[in-house]
Design a binder for this molecule. Structure first.
Ligand SMILES: Cc1cc2nc3c(=O)[nH]c(=O)nc-3n(C[C@H](O)[C@H](O)[C@H](O)COP(=O)(O)OP(=O)(O)OC[C@H]3O[C@@H](n4cnc5c(N)ncnc54)[C@H](O)[C@@H]3O)c2cc1C
Length: 283
C-alpha cells in the first residue's frame, strides 16, 4: 500500500495537515498498534502523520497540584518518572508491566488511550485517577474525561482531524496509596487478561476516598463504584477487604453475563483484587 508520510515539527503543523487532508489520514505515535492494524487492513489511510518529531508532546510536568503528561510520553518514561513512582504508583506500575522493553520504549500513553483496547494497561489507572485528556483540532481545543473519549472496544470519540495532546490529573495527596495488578499477556487467550487499578486516600485511620477501576472486563475500563463505596468512610480491616474481594466477583459477573470468559474471570478477579489491596498495605 502507498501512502504519503508527513513529519510535522509542531502540533499546529500536524493539525493543519489533518484538517486539509483530502483522504483519510492516520496519526502515528509509537506505531506498536497502528502498523499492525495497517498490515491487517483495519485501516487503509491515504497518509500518515508521524507525531514523533513533536517535542512539545513529550513532557511530564507538575505545577499547582496538577500532573500533565504529553501524549507522546512513552511507557518507559512513565515507569521511570520519579514523581510518578513516588506519588502515582498506579500509573508507573502499569507502565512498567506493558509488553516488552521494546514496546515500552516505543508505545505511548496517547496511543494507548486512542487505541481503546479493553485491556489497555494505562487506561484503568487514568480512570481511577480521574484523568482528563486534552484533545485539539486546528479549530478547537477540548478537555474530555478519559472514560468519555472511549466508545467501546477499539473505538474512540476523536474526530479524524483531532489529536490527543495531553493527559492531566490532580496529584493524589500525600496520604494516598495506589496499586496496579494485571493478569495475562497480550498474546495469551482473550480470557486470560484482566487488570485492577486502585487509588485510596486515607485520613488518619479512615479511608477517605477509594477509586477502583477494572480493565478487560467490559468494552472499556470502568470504575467499580459499588466496591469503592464499600471502602469509603471505613477503617481498613481484614473483614472489610474480604467483603470487597468477594463483591468484586459479583461486579465482573454482572458485566460479563453468560459470556464464555465469565466463569473464569468471576473467580480470577478475586485473586487479582486481593493482590491489588495487599499492595496498598492497609492492614
Ligand atoms: C507485542 C505487543 C505487546 C503489547 N503489550 C501491551 C500491553 O502489555 N499492554 C498494553 O496496554 N498494550 C500493549 N500493546 C499495545 C500497544 O503497545 C499500546 O496500545 C500502545 O500504547 C500504543 O501506543 P503507540 O504509541 O504505539 O500508538 P500507535 O500504534 O502509533 O497508535 C495507536 C492508535 O492510536 C492513534 N493515536 C496515537 N496517538 C494518538 C494521539 N496522540 N492522538 C490521537 N490518536 C492517536 C493512532 O492513529 C492509532 O489508531 C502491545 C503491542 C504489541 C505489538
Amino acid at each position: 500500500m502507498q501512502y504519503t508520510f508527513y513529519m510535522p515539527k509542531t502540533v499546529r503543523e500536524a493539525l493543519e495537515i489533518l484538517v486539509q487532508a483530502e483522504g483519510p489520514l492516520k496519526v502515528l505515535a509509537g506505531g506498536t498498534d497502528l502498523m499492525l492494524d495497517i498490515r491487517n487492513k483495519k485501516y487503509q489511510p491515504k497518509g500518515i502523520v508521524d507525531l514523533s518529531g513533536l517535542e512539545e508532546l513529550k513532557q511530564i510536568t507538575f505545577d499547582d497540584g496538577v500532573v500533565r503528561i504529553g501524549s507522546m510520553v512513552t511507557f518507559t518514561r512513565l515507569a521511570n518518572s520519579s514523581l510518578l513512582k513516588e506519588r502515582v504508583t498506579v500509573l508507573a506500575e502499569a507502565a512498567s508491566v506493558v509488553g516488552s522493553p521494546q514496546i515500552r520504549n516505543q508505545g505511548t500513553i496517547g496511543g494507548n488511550i486512542a487505541n481503546a483496547s479493553p485491556a489497555a494497561d494505562i487506561v484503568p489507572p487514568l480512570v481511577a485517577l480521574g484523568a482528563v485528556v486534552q484533545v485539539e483540532s486546528a479549530q478547537v481545543k477540548r478537555e474530555v474525561p478519559v472514560p468519555e473519549i472511549l466508545a467501546g472496544a477499539g473505538k474512540n470519540n476523536l474526530a479524524p482531524d483531532e489529536i490527543i495532546t495531553e493527559i492531566k490529573f490532580l496529584l493524589p495527596d500525600e496520604q494516598s496509596r495506589s496499586s496496579f495488578v494485571k493478569f495475562g499477556r497480550r498474546n495469551a487467550l482473550a480470557i486470560a487478561r484482566m487488570s485492577v487499578a486502585t487509588v485510596i486516600t486515607l485520613e488518619e485511620n479512615l479511608i477517605k476516598e477509594a477509586r477502583i477501576a477494572l480493565g478487560a472486563v467490559a468494552p472499556n475500563p470502568f470504575r467499580a463504584t459499588g466496591l469503592e463505596e464499600m471502602l469509603a468512610g471505613k477503617s481498613p480491616s481484614k473483614e472489610v477487604l474480604e467483603q470487597v474481594i468477594a463483591a468484586s466477583s459479583q461486579v465482573v459477573s454482572e458485566k460479563l453475563g453468560n459470556r464464555p470468559s465469565a466463569k473464569w474471570k468471576n473467580e480470577a478477579i478475586k485473586g487479582l483484587m486481593r493482590q491489588a489491596l495487599q499492595k496498598l498495605k492497609l492492614v
